[in-house]
Design a protein around this ligand. Sequence first.
Ligand code: NAD
Length: 418
Amino acid sequence: MALYENTLKQMNTAATTMGLNPELAEILKTPARIMEVSIPVRMDDGSLRIFTGYRSQHNNYAGPYKGGIRYHQQVDLSEVKALSAWMTMKCSVVAIPMGGGKGGVIVNPKELSAGELERLSRGYGRAIAPIIGAQVDVPAPDVNTDGRIMSWIKDEFEKFVGHPEPGVITGKPISDGGSEGRGTATAQGGIYVLDKMVEDNNLNPAETRVILQGFGNAGHIMAQLMAKKGYLIKGFADSKGGIVAKEGTLDPDKVMEIKKAEGSVINVVGKPGFESVEVVDDKTLLETDCDILVLAALENQITEANAENVKAKFIIELANGPINPAGDEILEKRGILVVPDILANAGGVTVSYFEWYQNVYNEKWTEAQVFEKLIVVMNEAYDRVSGNKTQFKCSMRIAAFITAMQRIQDLWEKKFKV
Ligand code: NAD
């Protein structure tokens, strides 16, 4: 819900700032099509359980709808609708030929056996098969879904249409048509954007102190890439707590090794090589003195409650929606530059589009080819957003929404204006 309300607010501010055509603004307030499905699943104990799922298709002026499928007990229709609108904006910022979609099933997948999970995923795949397709709507993994689930959905879709169509879904395992580079794409895209920001602001990585919140797929890979570039990595946090190094720089691989063995980044304390490290809580980590803060964990981490205390001068949002609008306003007033999620983490959806492209055109790119193309997309997107920031004298976030809306307005005018 938070992301929904925040998205609408940001879209609205951007529309007003750029003077978006009011008819188009109305169109963008509602998804073009929403499907609610009922999925009967035979459980292991012989009982029948009925699950509810959704697919929201927000806008397809740029190309097939694109967006993840989320399995969570708190999925609801308004969240799925909001996330589909948000995907329209994200795909448009990076100018890939994809629109915005999102799906979800109300379920706690941790309560299901592997067999129940497969039957549920196949059931959901059959239920949405009539409205997806490589040229129609291309789902992908999201919270609690993965490559294996994508393969089950693809299999059901292909039975439905009666021919192979690997481009119907992305985030597949490499062996089933997935793309090289997808696993690290979000952080890699974040690095390209970071490089541009660092260049614009004349920062020297060797003197730039970084703190990262979130040490999963996005945060850990971002830390590895930043460490390779020579940034001073001063702190990390996962869901169990945070660590800050008073001296030197943290080695993300060593921290990960200990986290894997013992459960958390906080377990490095007392280990050889981590003598200057102290444990801090989440709140303290976000308020610790540093130059760049990378948010790679959860929504709503910086709000009106703590934005005044943030010491970083630059923030990169790898997570979706980690700063709420009230927090954003305070950071903006304080002159802290925030590189917004719809730009900073769009490397993920961009490589998803590359996967779709390779499937549709029967190509197979190496990881190097994927990243050669990704850097072009991310650099161009950064430049368009920066240009709009200057032109409209607004935050980078609003500039990113403006960038997205300008493209949608262009497409709308070409398609529909007489
Ligand atoms: P993940 O589950 O791999 O990692 C999440 C990390 O956040 C974990 O280390 C977890 O311990 C940590 N965390 C959870 N609660 C925390 C808390 N209260 N304080 C500090 N850390 C906490 O997830 P991910 O794939 O790395 O995604 C992280 C964020 O990036 C999410 O918002 C996700 O939507 C966004 N994102 C990810 C991708 C991608 O390709 N992975 C793409 C776009 C956006």
